[in-house]
Design a protein around this ligand. Structure first.
Ligand SMILES: Nc1ncnc2c1ncn2[C@@H]1O[C@H](COP(=O)(O)OP(=O)(O)O)[C@@H](O)[C@H]1O
Ligand SMILES: [Mg+2]
Length: 365
């Protein structure tokens, strides 16, 4: 469901704003420093409970504001109101849905799947595996009802096992217990991740082909330990090393997505521009698979597309986005760089941001 109403207050330089976004394409123009990225940040916080710019949500609170308050309403019958608030004088984030307090960000996220493509997006390829695991788990989370529970069990057993490994005198019985727990839930997590990946690759490959010609690019899942062996065995054989290192060396906490061009790691051979296209294809494929499997659509936040892709690729990208029928927010400095890419049948609304104020902008004649 698209957001049909938004109300942001106390977000960076933005004056309190109320707006009714388009259910399909929203183009947001404005000069540098006008507040475009802040708008996308607000939407991201509303769906994910965190910013993509900072770990400290406090820094997103407007300098003169006491709190950051974001409200959005998902269209539907009945509509579903969502709210997030972070006060300057408190460390907690308060979350609300349909008037009720929520305990976990996951409950909020379930309602509003968000995908972001911004100038940092290439890091998904170049950066550490944690970002790729997050990408993978995002997909699994939305289609496997048990994923979150299993993921928490894995994290909990890993935490206990690592805490035991840090002690000089190890409690053998507890170590055996937590190793078994870890192995058991990790196998379950791996099964979900691996099934999801097989389906994801089926969607990713054609999406990539529509965007860029990279026939040798391959995407594979690495589960974090030897494919041929059970984790219980791996943990028991690796115990001496784990003790020496004082933490668990192998397991689903080491899972990764491996992108290669032929036999080379993609990060080593693709140009920055090609990396951006591959990341765009990955993120569009996420939304496509989600839509196919759960009838849910994700919200796309695309920051400064013109800086990311050249004209030809921008056109291909916008066509894919348009076909998906998701609600999208795209920003840009120059209207000409975003305006001409949409089919006349697509609903497109243009907004202009000037010094933190948002206004409707008529379509170009
Ligand atoms: N916590 C804050 N309070 C007030 N203004 C802020 C805060 N953080 C950043 N800003 C200002 O907000 C403005 C908008 O930034 P941004 O959204 O990145 O603009 P754009 O994406 O349009 O270039 C910048 O001028 C920045 O200095
Ligand atoms: Mg910006």
């Amino acid at each position: 469901m698209p957001l049909d109403r938004l109300h942001f207050q106390g977000l960076r330089n933005l004056v309190p704003l109320e707006w009714q976004p388009d259910a399909h394409v929203n183009l947001i123009f404005g000069d540098n420093g006008s507040g475009k990225t802040s708008l996308l940040e607000g939407l991201h916080i509303l769906g994910m409970g965190r910013s993509f710019r900072t770990r400290q949500l406090k820094s997103a609170i407007g300098h003169d504001a006491a709190a950051l308050t974001l409200f959005g309403r998902l269209a539907g019958s009945p509509p579903l109101p969502l709210g997030v608030e972070r006060r300057r004088d408190s460390e907690t984030l308060s979350l609300r849905m349909a008037g009720e307090r929520l305990e976990r960000v996951a409950e909020l996220a379930r309602q509003l799947p968000v995908q972001l493509i911004n100038p940092d997006a290439f890091r998904l390829i170049e950066g550490a595996p944690a970002a790729r695991r997050e990408f993978l788990d995002w997909g699994v989370f939305y289609v496997e009802a048990d994923f979150f529970d299993i993921w928490r069990r894995v994290r909990r057993s890993l935490k206990h096992r690592n805490a035991l490994l840090r002690h000089d005198r190890i409690d053998e019985q507890s170590l055996a217990l937590w190793s078994r727990e870890l192995a058991r839930w990790s196998e379950a997590l791996d099964a979900m991740r691996s099934d999801w990946m097989a389906r994801f690759v089926e969607v990713f490959e054609p999406t990539l082909r529509e965007l860029v010609d990279l026939p040798e690019l391959s995407l594979r899942y690495y589960r974090g330990w030897d494919r041929q062996r059970r984790l219980e065995e791996v943990l028991s054989d690796g115990l001496a090393t784990d003790r020496q290192m004082k933490f668990t060396q192998q397991g689903p906490q080491r899972a990764d997505l491996r992108l290669r061009v032929g036999r080379h790691p993609a990060a080593e051979v693709l140009s920055r521009g090609q990396q951006k296209l591959v990341v765009s294809a990955l993120k569009l494929a996420q939304g496509r698979l989600l839509e196919a499997e759960s009838e849910r659509r994700c919200l796309y936040l695309i920051d400064d597309l013109a800086a990311e892709l050249d004209d030809r690729h921008r056109r291909a990208f916008c066509r894919l986005l348009e076909q998906m029928n998701c609600q999208t927010f795209l920003t840009g400095i120059d209207p000409a760089a975003l305006d001409g890419y949409w089919d006349p049948s697509t609903s497109v609304t243009r907004f202009h941001v000037t010094q933190g104020r948002l206004a409707h902008r008529p379509a170009a004649p």
